[in-house]
Design a protein around this ligand. Structure first.
Ligand code: HEC
Ligand code: HEC
Length: 158
């Protein structure tokens, strides 16, 4: 199954609600039609706001339960905000086998699909200052914030 095909299943209902045509959505890894404002406010300052469907619900749960020790930094928010974002991620998180069975270290950048899609990217490229690591999707996917990861539109900065 291709990446697009498995994403399609999960995005279908949201896309139909959004009234988009197949041609427009087949190449998109969309954010949900309505993004929780708190998620956008609290989770998009150090890296982009990742589409929740790219990580398993159990990973999101662990992430939201340990924000004070967040990949080597402190990303704490107040209790009410934490609960609100946590609940939203549980509702929106990926629930398909591919995400469930492989989110080691609670990262989408260590999932098998990620490694597979990026196998041609040289190690030295990730280390470039202009890229700043695998977690900075928007460095190469300029439309990442709207869920556009189409390989035709990737531009790797020098
Ligand atoms: C203070 C900065 C900061 C804030 C705020 C922050 N993060 Fe992070 N986040 C990081 C850093 C640093 C990493 C590790 C990046 C790396 O390894 O290159 C990271 C990584 C991640 C990853 C894993 C990315 C990967 O490698 O696959 C996820 C998922 C994530 N953050 C979710 C969140 C969520 C959800 C929130 C909001 C509750 C949030 N982050 C807020 C700094 C932050
Ligand atoms: C160094 C640049 C770079 C960064 C950073 C990067 N990618 Fe990519 N990505 C690529 C390249 C290049 C391809 C195309 C691979 C190919 O065509 O063989 C790709 C392909 C993809 C695809 C497949 C698209 C398709 O049409 O099949 C997805 C999905 C994707 N990336 C998601 C992400 C996510 C999510 C992040 C951040 C967590 C990310 N990428 C970070 C360079 C990058």
């Amino acid at each position: 199954m291709t990446f697009k095909k498995w994403m399609m299943g999960s995005c279908m209902s949201a896309l139909m609600l959004a009234g988009m045509t197949p041609a427009a959505w087949a190449d998109k890894l969309l954010m949900p039609a309505k993004v929780l404002p708190a998620y956008q406010n609290e989770c998009a300052s150090c890296h982009m706001a990742y589409p929740p469907s790219m990580l398993s619900k159990s990973s999101w749960q662990r992430i939201m339960g340990s924000l004070d020790k967040h990949y080597g930094t402190d990303a704490s928010v107040d209790k009410a905000t934490q609960a609100q974002i946590g609940a939203w991620l549980q509702a929106q998180g990926g629930a398909y086998k591919r995400v469930e069975s492989s989110s080691p270290a609670d990262r989408l950048t260590t999932t098998q699909w990620f490694e597979n899609k990026h196998r041609k990217v040289d190690k030295a490229v990730w280390a470039r200052k202009s890229v700043n690591g695998k977690a900075q999707c928007q460095a190469c996917h300029q439309g990442a914030d709207i869920g556009d990861f189409e390989d035709d539109r990737v531009r790797i900065p020098l």
